[in-house]
Design a protein around this ligand. Structure first.
Ligand SMILES: *[C@@H]1O[C@H](CO)[C@@H](O)[C@H](O)[C@H]1NC(C)=O
Ligand SMILES: *[C@@H]1O[C@H](CO)[C@@H](O)[C@H](O)[C@H]1NC(C)=O
Ligand SMILES: *[C@@H]1O[C@H](CO)[C@@H](O)[C@H](O)[C@H]1NC(C)=O
Ligand SMILES: *[C@@H]1O[C@H](CO)[C@@H](O)[C@H](O)[C@H]1NC(C)=O
Ligand SMILES: *[C@@H]1O[C@H](CO)[C@@H](O)[C@H](O)[C@H]1NC(C)=O
Ligand SMILES: *[C@@H]1O[C@H](CO)[C@@H](O)[C@H](O)[C@H]1NC(C)=O
Length: 465
């Protein structure tokens, strides 16, 4: 999608003014914490994958303003191309107080591991993509982390695929340690395939004495098991909470928001951030920002360049506004001082899941990159952003124009979040859907994810390569 008002943006948004930086986040035990205040950080996020993500400043400015209004503090971004210029967009989100979790893989040539034959794609060419993304974003304080893989491990994956993903985590962490100023966390995003979910989690979180840096720093789960007016129990969230109660790293929903029942009312938000789940989970990201053919969007970009916030946007905003942020942000020392189990075959319960940690060695060219940095990298850096109103008309889902939307540069150390602005001109009411037809959520696999553009794209890719 090409936006036609870039010129207006350039005029309105002179890149002057003081730099605004969020505090960096770090992993402590099973929590993300603010490195300055020590407060716990829970992800209140959306998945963001418009065409050419983070490379069209006018779209980023518009979206950041609307996200501040929605109340999110984090985006997850897929499909990044290291050769593009992301500086303005990354700076726009940083100054808006919105963190970014970035997938290093892309659907483009040599951009991801082939789950069926990972050894054919574990190459220097692949690492030009992986390290290229790290270079593009390493200087931004709002980078919360990188995903080394998304849904690589499923029933179609070859037996040893987990060792390749764990090797990618190792290589990325070594690269960061040698070439980046701070420790940016690296994690994995899993499909909700219940029979291998816990094996996948423990495979990445266990401590490997001869390769401590191959351990994942966080674990994302793409979960679509709460549909319509489900409950904590009928959705299987209770099972997930129990399963992850002993996790030794931050766990969160890297995608959520089943759309079997529409409009979505997002009642799962109160469960996810509620007393029962809050110890086990560090929040989540709703799939997804922009409406596509799979109908998971919160906003619709119209052909005439305007944008419409859909009813799901209003419904989600209402749920976010009910959250008690002071409870959510209080940290818990018990959670920040826990040790991972040592990797051992008996941690793995399924006989079909790889139970060895014999990781492939990095190709020699990759070792050189790790030591000395990626040559000719397109290394990004912050550019100052000034506050401005967004140069595009915004409609609510009834077609009424919403006025007074502005992009706000936050002060140093501030981040965005719920209640940032609730001055909606619309008077929507959340329409509750009929009850979910999911009969056995706990055994549900990732079928809804397969409808999502990206997930199915990767599946297709894996089957073709
Ligand atoms: C780390 O940050 C300092 C201060 O901003 C800077 O001088 C230095 O070049 C940075 N090092 C790397 C490897 O980016
Ligand atoms: C979590 O740890 C406790 C205490 O060690 C143990 O009783 C419980 O069974 C564990 N739960 C899971 C799901 O492993
Ligand atoms: C732009 O398109 C939207 C959606 O079709 C429509 O509601 C709106 O009236 C249009 N606005 C203008 C200025 O043409
Ligand atoms: C702290 O975390 C532990 C372990 O998850 C939990 O049992 C306890 O209730 C938490 N305490 C508070 C005050 O949230
Ligand atoms: C590291 O330890 C694991 C688990 O004990 C083992 O499978 C692997 O072969 C070891 N790797 C090396 C390079 O020694
Ligand atoms: C929300 O925006 C309106 C209009 O722009 C403004 O008057 C109000 O103070 C804002 N509220 C918050 C909480 O920022």
């Amino acid at each position: 999608m090409v936006f036609s008002y870039g010129r207006v943006f350039t005029a309105a948004c002179a890149l002057v003014g003081s730099a605004a930086a969020v505090n960096t986040l770090e992993v402590s035990g099973k929590d993300f914490v603010d490195s300055v205040t020590g407060d716990r950080f829970q992800i209140i996020g959306v998945d963001y994958q418009p065409g050419g993500p983070l490379s069209q400043p006018s779209a980023c400015l518009r979206d950041a303003a609307l996200m501040q209004r929605l109340g999110v503090n984090t985006i997850r971004v897929y499909n990044l191309e290291p050769s593009l210029d992301h500086n303005e967009c990354a700076s726009i989100f940083e100054a808006a107080g919105i963190y970014m979790i970035l997938d290093v893989n892309s659907p483009f040539s040599t951009g991801s591991l082939n789950r069926a034959e990972p050894w054919t794609t574990y190459t220097a060419g692949y690492y030009e993509q992986v390290f290229g993304v790290i270079e593009a974003f390493k200087n931004f304080d709002n980078v919360l982390g990188f995903f080394a893989g998304n849904e690589v491990i499923n029933q179609q994956a070859t037996y040893s695929a987990p060792a390749y993903v764990r090797a990618v985590i190792r290589d990325m962490k070594q690269y960061i340690s040698n070439n980046v100023n701070r420790t940016i966390p690296v994690g994995y995003s899993a499909a909700d395939i219940r029979n291998i979910l816990m094996d996948t989690a423990v495979y990445f979180e266990c401590d490997l004495k001869n390769s401590t840096e191959s351990r994942a720093d966080f674990f994302g789960l793409n979960s679509y098991s709460w549909c319509g007016d489900a409950t904590y129990t009928s959705s299987g969230y209770n099972v997930l909470t129990e399963d992850f109660s002993n996790a030794t790293l931050p766990v969160f929903f890297s995608e959520y928001g089943c759309n079997d029942v529409t409009p979505r009312t997002f009642t799962e938000v109160q469960a996810l951030y509620g007393e029962d789940m809050t110890q086990a989970f560090s929040g989540g990201l709703v799939y997804e920002w922009t409406e596509e053919s799979n109908e998971y969007g919160l906003v619709q970009v119209n052909d005439n360049g305007t944008i419409t916030t859909l009813i799901d946007f209003d419904n989600l905003q209402k749920q976010f506004n009910k959250l008690d942020m002071s409870r959510i942000e209080s940290s818990n020392k018990t959670q920040t001082s826990i040790d991972p189990p040592t990797c051992a075959a008996d941690l793995i319960t399924s006989s079909s899941f790889y139970n060895s940690w014999d990781l492939p060695a990095a190709p020699s060219k990759v070792s050189t990159y790790i030591k000395s940095g990626l040559p000719n990298a397109n290394t990004g850096s912050f550019v100052s952003v000034s506050s401005t109103s967004i140069p595009v008309t915004v409609y609510d889902y009834t077609g009424k124009e919403i006025t007074g939307i502005s992009y706000k540069v936050l002060s140093d150390g501030e981040s965005a979040g719920p209640g940032g602005n609730s001055s909606s001109t619309s008077s929507s009411s959340s329409t509750s859907g009929t009850s979910s037809s999911t009969s056995n959520p706990a055994s549900m696999n990732s079928a809804p994810v397969a409808l999502g553009g990206l997930a199915s794209f990767f599946m297709l890719l894996a089957s073709l390569v």
